[in-house]
Each structure stands twice: as structure tokens, then as C-alpha cells.
Design a protein around this ligand. Structure first.
Ligand code: ATP
Length: 361
């Protein structure tokens, strides 16, 4: 079910300080998608989630779930949390230690007074889904962190929510378990075809899981798009920087053609991806390290070729990562292992214009 947010504002006042946690947020979360709010600590992700759930009262704006307005300042509508039809999975698993796995998962159905046979059937389905069959009679606390998080997920699922919301659900798991649980989550959210709103500050998690990512900064949504868009074609410097490592250089737009834009920066005059920026405009040239290659392989026509001096190089498996000095600039680049070179040597660097992004300053 789609969620639509319009003009949402939320200000906190504490100890004489005022914080605009949400600053006129407009957002549409399409039905049946995994939609991620990504941003650094304090940017307002959790506040937005809590406003949608109804645990926090916004100051202004409107929230719709499907066709229903669940909150509106203007229309004075405030549907209570339990009537919004949402499921939540938190960072802390929020499972009850004194209950068995079965009773933890069955809880939302028991509260509603569902018949016993139905409860058994739904819990069995949910256990199957999160791959936890066979542990239903164990105390929930005897399970590992990853298994406890799956219990929390199963509990959210049995209630058949219209939307399921996740607040940093993997951040208490170790790296390996986090990856495993992420894959499992992606698979069964895909199979369920449910709308999922996911909050994280982990860019890899956002890239791996989401259909759409919204990057937030200081209470605002800066940019929204697919993981590929955000990584390869971001429009904002902040987004390009937050979503992955990026070399950035101050640049001036020199010339525009239909299929490329020419910009002058500390590296020289560089052919960049076409952007709708006027000649003379100040911009930031942004290039991901994996697209700056020192290679013996032939590259396509139209590549930028510049020269630099290797300052340092490190073998990271498959390739070397190197710091290369070009004029007064330093850039992070990749060197193919078959290129025999060493720090202090001059090398030719190839830059694909398609991966040289000009972002307006
Ligand atoms: P994190 O990833 O650390 O949870 P976040 O992006 O979820 O961060 P929020 O928790 O939504 O950010 O907080 C947004 C801003 O609002 C922060 O500056 C925070 O300090 C402030 N804030 C949040 N809750 C309250 C509160 N109950 N009282 C006062 N200020 C608050």
C-alpha cells in the first residue's frame, strides 16, 4: 500500500534548544516496494518513521496510507497507532524474554482474540517463512541475535500489516549475520510483495536491499532514486559522497554538447557526462575510485587520459588501490595487477566520461 507524506514538519524543543527534526518533508513510498530512508545519525529518519506509525505527533503536514489520511494537521485527523495497520521491527528485537518463540509470534493474534487453530496455522506459516521451524517451544532468549530478529519479523508478519517498518533492524548483528539476514529479508520481502519502509545509516545495506532510496540531511529529503541512480547519477554532492567513496574536484563548466559537458578542474580539461549546466557555472566533478583506472587494456574512444604520479599503492585483492597525484590534486584510483608500476612512477590514467559526474555546486 502506498504511503504519501506532504509538508511534514516536526520540531523538538529541549533545554532551550530547537531542532527541526523534519523540515517540510514530501515523500511518496510506492506500494509493494522496499523503500529506504538513508542518512547520518540525527537527520530525522527515526522521527519520520515514528510520525508514520503514530508514536510522534507532527507539527504540520499530512500522512496518507493507501486512500486513508492517518494524520493531518489541517483536517485535525489523528488515527491512533493500533488502527494504522502497520508492523514494526526495531533495532532491539523487542521480544519478550519470558515467552516462548511461539508465544512471542502469536502475541498480536492472541491480543485480537483470534481462534486457537488459526493462531497455530499463522504462526507455523510465519516460522516457515523466516526459516525458524523447530524452535517454537524454546524460550526466545535462547536464540542467537539473528534468530531473535527473525522472531520479531515473524511477529510483525502474522498481524498482516498494510506496511512493515524497520528501524535499523540489523545494526545489533555482527557483520556475517547482518549480511545473511539482509539477504533473507530481501528475499522474503520480495516474495511477500509488501510495502516496507526501512531506516538505516548503512549505505551498503541501503544499496543491497532497496528498490528506492531517499537520502536525508538535517530533516530534509535531499534526493530519491534507485540504488543505481543514487550511486552512478546522483544530482547532489552530499548524496554522491554519502552513498560511496568519491573523488571530488572544484570545476568550472567550459562547454556543453548534447552528449558530453567539458569542465576545467585541477586535473585538466575533462570530458564529463552531459549535464544541464550553463557555461561558466561552478560545479563539483565527482568520480568514484573504481572508474579511475590505470590499465593496460584498450579503452574506448573519447576517454579522458591524464598523467599522474603514484604516491602510494595497496593490494586489496583483485586490484591495487592507489593514491595518485595529478598537478596539485590527489585522487584515489584502481591499478590493474598486470600494470607493473610502483610508488614514484608516472602513469596514464583513463577516465570514462560517462562516470565523470558534474554536480552543481
Ligand atoms: P539515528 O540514526 O541516530 O537514530 P535519526 O536520523 O533517526 O538518527 P532522529 O532520531 O529522528 O534522527 O533525530 C532527529 C533530530 O531530532 C536529532 O537532532 C535529535 O537529537 C532530535 N530528537 C529526536 N527525538 C527527540 C526528542 N524526543 N527530544 C528532543 N530532540 C529529539
Amino acid at each position: 500500500m502506498e504511503i504519501r507524506i506532504e509538508g511534514l514538519c516536526k520540531t523538538y524543543r529541549s533545554e532551550g534548544r530547537t531542532v527541526a527534526a523534519l523540515d517540510h518533508v514530501d515523500l511518496t513510498i510506492p506500494a509493494n516496494e522496499i523503500f529506504t530512508l538513508l542518512g547520518p545519525s540525527g537527520c530525522g529518519k527515526t522521527t519520520l518513521l515514528r510520525c508514520i506509525v503514530g508514536l510522534e505527533t507532527p507539527d504540520a503536514g499530512e500522512i496518507r496510507i493507501g486512500d486513508e489520511i492517518v494524520w493531518s494537521a489541517e483536517r485535525r485527523i489523528a488515527v491512533p497507532t493500533e488502527k494504522r495497520g502497520l508492523g514494526m521491527v526495531f533495532q532491539t528485537y523487542a521480544i519478550w524474554p519470558h515467552l516462548s518463540v511461539f508465544d512471542n509470534i502469536a502475541y498480536p493474534l492472541q491480543v485480537r482474540g483470534a481462534p486457537r487453530a488459526r493462531i497455530r496455522e499463522k504462526v507455523a506459516q510465519a516460522l516457515e517463512f523466516v526459516q525458524l521451524r523447530g524452535v517454537e517451544q524454546q524460550p526466545a532468549t535462547r536464540l542467537s541475535g539473528g534468530q531473535q530478529q527473525r522472531v520479531a519479523l515473524a511477529r510483525a508478519l502474522v498481524a498482516e500489516p498494510r506496511v512493515i517498518l524497520f528501524d535499523e533492524p540489523l545494526s545489533n548483528l555482527d557483520a556475517k549475520l547482518r549480511e545473511e539476514t539482509r539477504k533473507l529479508l530481501r528475499r522474503f520481502l520480495g516474495e511477500l510483495g509488501i510495502t516496507a519502509l526501512y531506516v538505516t545509516h548503512d549505505r551498503v545495506e541501503a544499496l543491497a536491499l532497496s528498490h528506492t532510496i531517499a537520502v536525508m540531511q538535517a530533516g530534509r529529503v535531499i534526493e530519491t532514486g534507485t540504488p543505481q541512480h543514487m550511486y552512478f547519477d546522483a544530482q547532489h554532492r552530499y548524496v554522491a559522497d554519502f552513498i560511496g567513496r568519491a573523488n571530488q574536484f572544484q570545476a568550472i563548466v567550459r562547454h556543453r554538447e548534447s552528449d558530453f559537458t567539458l569542465a576545467r578542474c585541477g586535473l585538466g580539461t575533462i570530458h564529463c557526462q552531459a549535464r544541464d549546466l550553463p557555461e561558466g557555472a561552478e560545479a563539483t566533478l565527482c568520480i568514484r575510485p573504481e572508474f579511475i583506472r590505470v590499465t593496460r587494456h584498450e579503452v574506448g574512444p573519447g576517454f579522458n587520459v591524464i598523467e599522474g604520479t603514484i604516491e602510494s599503492m595497496e593490494f586489496v585483492g583483485e586490484v591495487y588501490e592507489a593514491e595518485i597525484r595529478v598537478n596539485d590534486e590527489r585522487l584515489l584510483a584502481r591499478i590493474d595487477p598486470d600494470v607493473r608500476t610502483a610508488p614514484g612512477e608516472r602513469v596514464e590514467i583513463r577516465l570514462d566520461p560517462a562516470h565523470c559526474l558534474l554536480l552543481s555546486a
